[in-house]
Design a protein around this ligand. Structure first.
Ligand code: APR
Length: 307
């Protein structure tokens, strides 16, 4: 039986996610958006691209949530992106209404779906998705860590001129400017970053990683990043449907891990057919613990505003 993925919000991130997923040929796709004709047009355009790359999946666009029934995965990208000068947190209340509605409408007919959330502010939106859907916590995952780590990997590759494949980075914490690039656990072909990059260069890369989303927003002027966020979602969906047991940083529901409770927060998770199979805990230094704790405080404040 074919897998089915529904993408709610067919804007920049939603349609680009569909593109990356279509290339992987792992599921039929449904794109839902409130704009009339837009999801239908993008779905048809993508369907018409598939003969060229030889991929046999169905892509449907709709303004109606009915077509999302029996999805294996629901991806939530509906909502407003940032404008220059805005923080992700400025989107909280507007996007909460949109996400609440999208989750209510999809969970009715896809009670066994795994939800991957991309709408910002990410950790709070993932928390809201869990509360509204009332699915088990392993079935809701926020995408942030793969993206933030990929940004850091890209910056290191530019600096050192080595293949991105040799660069492993782990960015934890909330998906905001307080995120925590774990330089101690990150490496280039097994060589710790601290041994391969001068301290000032590494500090600049950490800073650029934290502000990576804002850098793109300032350049684009309308809208926010979409290629890298979307491919990160596609990697998560693939790991789930193929039951890969892939360990990636992602926003997961914590119930005591890292000393945090009742919060979504970026940590290393193992992804398989049931969603989050396992959460890994690093042994952290005091400085890392304190950075994570200040990042968690920001996420907790957002969550409290939604209660
Ligand atoms: N149901 C379905 N779609 C909706 C709804 C809704 N209730 N409300 C808004 N949308 C749609 C919009 O019509 C738009 O097409 O969500 C889409 C969002 O697309 P973009 O404006 O292009 O924004 P995008 O870059 O995709 O970002 C969406 O993801 O990465 C985050 O910060 C980003 O919160 C933002 C979200």
């Amino acid at each position: 039986m074919k897998n089915k993925i529904s993408i709610i919000g067919a804007g920049m991130t939603g349609s680009t996610t569909a593109h990356w997923l279509a290339e992987r040929e792992i599921a039929d796709l449904v794109l839902v958006d409130i704009l009339e004709g837009m999801p239908q047009g993008k779905a048809l355009d993508l369907q018409e691209a598939l003969p060229v790359i030889g991929k046999d999946i169905k892509v449907i666009g709709s303004n109606d949530y009915l077509l999302t029934a029996d999805s294996d995965i629901v991806i939530i990208t509906a909502g407003l992106p940032r404008k220059p000068g805005m923080s992700r947190d400025d989107l909280l209340f507007t996007n909460a209404e949109i996400v609440r509605y999208a989750v209510m409408e999809t969970v009715k007919s896809s009670p066994n779906a795994i939800f991957i959330v991309l709408t910002n502010p990410l950790d709070a939106m993932a928390y809201l998705t869990l509360k509204v859907s009332q699915v088990s916590p392993n079935r809701v995952i926020g995408q942030a860590g793969i993206l933030d780590s990929a940004r850091m990997r890209a910056f290191i590759a530019m600096e050192l001129n080595v293949s991105v494949e040799n660069i492993h980075c782990y960015v934890l914490g909330g998906h905001g400017d307080e995120m925590v690039p774990l330089t101690r656990a990150s490496n280039v072909a097994g060589i710790p970053l601290e041994n391969i990059l001068p301290q000032d260069k590494l500090a600049a890369i950490v800073d650029r990683t934290r502000k990576g989303g804002g850098e793109i927003v300032s350049l684009l002027k309308t809208g926010s990043a979409f290629y890298a966020p979307a491919v990160s979602v596609a990697q998560m969906a693939e790991a789930i449907l193929k039951d890969k047991h892939l360990i990636v940083p992602a926003s997961a529901y914590l119930d005591g891990q890292y000393g945090l409770k009742d919060i979504f927060f970026g940590v290393p998770v193992q992804l398989g057919r049931n969603g989050v199979e396992k959460i890994f805990e690093y042994e952290l230094t005091d400085a890392e613990k304190s950075a994570l704790s200040s990042s968690a405080q920001g996420v907790a404040e957002n969550i409290a505003k939604l209660r």
